[in-house]
Design a protein around this ligand. Structure first.
Ligand code: PMP
Length: 448
């Protein structure tokens, strides 16, 4: 039933986009002369539009394109703008700091307060700053190997932690770890230093840790990059206990699950990981990420550094913790990443989730909506997947691209990777009604 109408519907939407976005089409033509694949970051071609949408400006949960159309933005820069575009406290802090130095390779006078705010929010005492979540994860893995003197890291099938070699591995049907086939320019066999097991499979974790050679488990508290795979009720507590038993460190990457609530999902579930990573939205959208750790880890990290010969540690980049990022982080932690911001954001998201579910039920469409606080995922399956295998089985590229383009043509932006929707704190459930209406129309159009 769906297939019969999908191709024609998709083609109509492609034509509609080209007709209604002449300026974006023209700009894409100009970009094509100077950029790889015609875009400044090659993933920007992953959007379903025939020519790349160009942004004129963005504010709160709204974005305006070069052709003057307004969009409700549920992509929010794939989480970088989770708290809305150009949040006022961060915009003010950036403008102010811009007059007084951008980078100095020294801490600013705000550093102490930022440290206190991070500890207060996430419950870990010690911190380091980086420019991206990829960097933070990469450095956490290096520290974990340095302090444990173990060679391997364990990640879950379907994970994404940024461009971190050790994590770019997949599991095969026989349970083996393979270098991710899509990687470009890969020389080393990543399976030599990484182990992959299915998420929510504590027995597989136990087996992998039993050899005593795994330095660190790196995981999101829920997988958010292959659709959304929530943890089974006891899985994270069991994971933490297994790590402790085997002398393996636990690093939780809360870059996306920061959507769950103030302090992240791990804190909400009473977990105390050895390392915690938060990137993307933590400084309100300015490039900045942080990783936190326990006092015990701090002592072991300092000992490892002191024991090493002088020279490059392989950890850190020149612009990490620069003055501008510190000012943005200070404002963000003080006025944005606060319980007061989360309360309305989670309430709106819950109301939107109900409306989406009603819409699916009314259309008789057996798809699921799974929510982690302000983050929601529409999945083409009846219940949330338990691991990446189930999540992949529910994916349908053609359907997804047609849906995304349909929504975009009706003023609704969703992330081009799977069906993720993020609800900014400024958005009310009523303001999200165009999303619900456009989904209902799409489902009707699919029936023909
Ligand atoms: N961790 C997680 C959970 C992510 O989803 C991502 C990116 N999607 C990253 C880390 C990497 O973030 P960045 O690309 O900003 O380095």
């Amino acid at each position: 039933m769906i297939r019969a109408h999908l191709a024609a519907l998709h083609e109509r939407e492609r034509r509609r986009y080209v007709e209604t976005h002449p300026r974006s089409v023209a700009l894409a033509g100009q970009d094509a002369r100077h950029y790889l694949f015609g875009v400044p970051l090659h993933w920007m071609r992953d959007w379903p539009t025939p020519a790349t949408l160009h942004v004129a400006r963005a504010e709160g949960h709204r974005l305006w394109c070069a052709d003057g159309h307004a969009y409700l933005d549920f992509c929010l820069g794939d989480s970088g703008a989770m708290f809305g575009h150009s949040p006022a406290p961060v915009a003010r802090a950036i403008a102010e700091q811009a007059q007084h130095g951008l980078t100095a390779m020294l801490p600013s006078t705000l550093a102490a307060e930022v440290g206190q705010r991070l500890a207060h929010c996430f419950g870990l005492p010690r911190w380091q700053l980086t420019l991206s979540a990829s960097d933070a994860n990469r450095f956490v893995l290096r520290w974990a190997r340095a302090v444990t003197r173990r060679p391997k890291v364990l990640v879950f099938d379907g994970c994404y932690h940024g461009t971190v070699d050790d994590t770019l591995v997949d599991g095969d049907a026989q349970g083996r770890t393979l270098t991710r086939a899509s990687l470009l320019g890969q020389v080393h066999d990543l399976a030599l230093g990484s182990v992959v097991v299915p998420f929510n499979d504590i027995a597989a974790v136990e087996r992998a840790l039993a050899g005593g050679d795994v330095a660190c488990v790196l995981s999101e508290p829920a997988l958010t990059n292959c659709g959304l795979v929530p943890p089974l009720p006891d899985f994270l507590a069991q994971l933490q206990a297994a790590c402790r038993r085997h002398g393996t460190l636990l690093a939780l990457d809360e870059t996306h699950t920061l959507s769950s609530g103030w302090g992240g999902q791990a804190r909400g579930e009473g977990l105390v990981p050895d390392f915690l990573v938060v990137g993307k939205a933590i400084a309100g959208g300015l490039p900045c990420a942080v990783y936190g750790f326990t006092e015990e880890m701090n002592a072991r990290m300092e000992a490892a550094k002191r024991a090493a010969p002088d020279g490059h540690s392989g950890i850190g980049t020149t612009l990490s913790a620069n003055l501008l990022a510190m000012a943005a982080l200070h404002a963000s932690l003080g006025e944005l990443v606060t319980p007061e911001t989360y309360a309305p954001m989670l309430a709106s998201a819950a109301a939107i989730e109900s409306r989406l579910r009603e819409t699916l039920a009314q259309a008789g469409m057996p798809w699921s909506v799974t929510r982690l606080g302000a983050r929601m995922e529409l999945q083409f399956c009846t219940r949330p997947p338990r691991d990446a295998g189930e999540a992949r089985a529910a994916m349908d590229d053609e359907l997804e691209r047609a849906l995304h383009l349909w929504l975009l043509n009706r003023g609704v932006l969703v992330t081009p990777f799977h069906n993720m929707l993020l609800v900014a704190p400024t958005m009310s459930a009523e303001q999200a009604q165009p999303l619900v209406a456009a989904l209902a129309e799409f489902l009707a159009a699919l029936r023909g």
